[in-house]
Write a protein that binds this ligand. Structure first.
Ligand code: SF4
Ligand code: SF4
Length: 193
């Protein structure tokens, strides 16, 4: 169990052992041993004001192998993959890729998202990419509203966009859909249990 002061303690990498750190090196191609603890990622993060654990602290928790805490954090589901942290990082630590990896891990272990309907949205979006090779916004919005039982959510804005020609109600498919499907075959979504 960590105390608040542990977050502010600078951990030397040779004082810690973390399987998660090795996984991240392998799957995210990013070496958190290069982290300088400078905090530029947290300072530049577009959503740090609502994160329960800020990006710099996330890297520290990976260093010391606090996987259970990381897979349950709210920040996992409020990171918008804007890449600002990577742009600012002097060591090019790819935090959005790390967030993706942790989200996948939480999903596979059936650890529920702290944000309602976020998993549903991800599943529908990926389903549409698999079918069409792109995301048809109109179809995705309708599917999401029906499945999340928010039948009239954003309906007024949707109608305005439709009449201005900004929403196409008929989904279009990319030319080489087989290539997209091959990608999905190589990365099957698996859930434990
Ligand atoms: S990618 Fe995520 S962690 Fe990085 S700055 Fe954007 S919201 Fe913050
Ligand atoms: S900006 Fe990069 S080096 Fe600095 S604390 Fe964040 S991850 Fe570490």
């Amino acid at each position: 169990m960590l105390n608040t002061e542990d977050f502010y303690h600078v951990w030397r990498i040779d004082q810690t052992s973390s399987l998660l750190r090795e996984e991240i090196k392998e799957y995210c191609h990013t070496n958190i041993e290069m982290c300088l603890e400078c905090g530029k990622c947290s300072g530049g993060c577009s959503n740090a004001h609502i994160f329960d654990i800020t990006p710099r602290k996330i890297i520290q928790l990976i260093k010391i192998g606090e996987e259970a805490k990381l897979l349950k954090m709210d920040a996992l589901w409020s990171c918008v993959a804007c890449q600002l942290c990577v742009d600012r990082c002097p060591s090019s630590i790819n935090i959005p890729r790390i967030m993706d990896y942790l989200r996948e891990k939480a999903y596979k272990q059936n650890i529920p998202s702290t944000r309602p309907n976020v998993e549903l949205f991800h599943e529908l979006m990926l389903g549409n990419i698999k079918k069409f090779g792109r995301v048809p916004e109109a179809l995705l919005s309708v599917e999401f509203n029906i499945k999340s039982k928010q039948y009239t959510k954003d309906a007024e804005m949707g109608m305005k966009m439709f009449f201005k020609g900004k929403l196409n109600p008929i989904p279009a498919r990319v030319k080489d859909i087989q290539m997209v499907r091959r990608m999905f075959r190589n990365i099957p979504a698996q859930r434990e249990g």
